[in-house]
Design a protein around this ligand. Structure first.
Ligand SMILES: Nc1ncnc2c1ncn2[C@@H]1O[C@H](COP(=O)(O)OP(=O)(O)OP(=O)(O)O)[C@@H](O)[C@H]1O
Ligand SMILES: [Mg+2]
Length: 253
């Protein structure tokens, strides 16, 4: 009998994942035999030095990039050999993305960008979604910007629009790459609280890349990458514990 991803209590997982770029002398091994799962309903932080493979892991887990070898499951679906059309639908229905390049549509205003996942799915927001979007718009301070287009917004405001869009439909899985990177500390805390609440109160599974020990301390679990491998996997940590670990890892590097 096959053990499924959900039997394991996971929302997504990768097994023996390897990703190389280029070939010969110029080959870069961005991920080297990584096996890990994102636990259902948990908030997971992914940390590690620049170039350690965090974004690559996140992109592959989200079905945005394909592995060189190994397997990827979203829920119980093995997406490794899945066609583009099916993958696009699966992503649209089940996954929210918050990436550093915000991927906002320049011709749509803020309200249009936030509603985009619904529009792409060809449906109107439910009452619950309308209420959630209103809450996100207020919490993220976007109320007075709803009719503005992305180029009229600051970087941090654009980031907040991307966050509202990713959470609007309460997707099962949210992948966030440095979601607080462009935000002041107060707004950053709001965003982290939103992500923590999404997992705690709504059972969503969140994976977040961050360099910030305070941001990572909001997570239930902290995974550390180094040179394309998982070097530590810890339950909730204080910012001090995270900082201490990172300093020790640098000394040992
Ligand atoms: N398209 C690509 N072509 C070649 N090499 C790449 C490509 N994308 C990533 N890499 C390499 O893969 C490695 C991992 O990159 P990745 O972006 O996953 O790192 P990261 O941990 O997210 O770093 P950062 O904290 O700087 O965002 C790096 O050495 C990077 O140079
Ligand atoms: Mg990165």
């Amino acid at each position: 009998m096959q053990i499924t991803t959900s039997d394991l209590g996971l929302a997504a997982r990768v097994q023996h994942l390897t990703k190389t770029y280029g070939s010969g002398e110029g080959e870069v091994r961005a991920l080297d035999d990584v096996s890990v799962g994102v636990r259902r309903g948990q908030f997971t932080a992914i940390m590690g030095p620049s170039g350690s493979g965090k974004s690559t892991l996140m992109h592959i887990m989200a079905g945005l990039d394909s592995p060189s070898s190994g397997n990827v499951w979203i829920g119980d679906t093995d997406i490794t050999g899945m066609g583009d059309t099916d993958l696009t639908l699966l992503r649209r229905r089940r996954i929210g993305f918050i990436f550093q390049s915000f991927n906002l549509v320049p011709t749509l205003d803020v309200a249009g960008n936030i509603q985009l996942p619904l529009d792409l799915d060809g449906r109107k927001p439910t009452a619950e979604e309308t209420a959630r979007i209103a809450m996100l718009v207020d919490t993220l301070g976007l109320r007075s910007r709803l009719t503005h287009r992305p180029h009229q917004l600051s970087g941090g405001q654009q980031q907040r629009v991307a966050i509202a869009r990713a959470l609007a439909t309460a997707p099962d899985l949210v992948f966030a790459d440095e979601p607080t990177g462009n935000l002041d500390s107060r707004t950053g805390r709001e965003v982290l609280s939103l992500l923590a609440a999404a997992s705690r109160e709504h059972g969503q599974s969140i994976a977040m890349v961050t360099h910030d020990p305070i941001a990572a301390s909001y997570a239930d679990r902290v995974i550390f990458l180094g040179d394309g491998r998982i070097v530590a996997d810890k339950p909730r940590q204080t910012p001090e514990q995270i900082t201490t670990y990172m300093l020790a890892a640098e000394v040992n590097a």
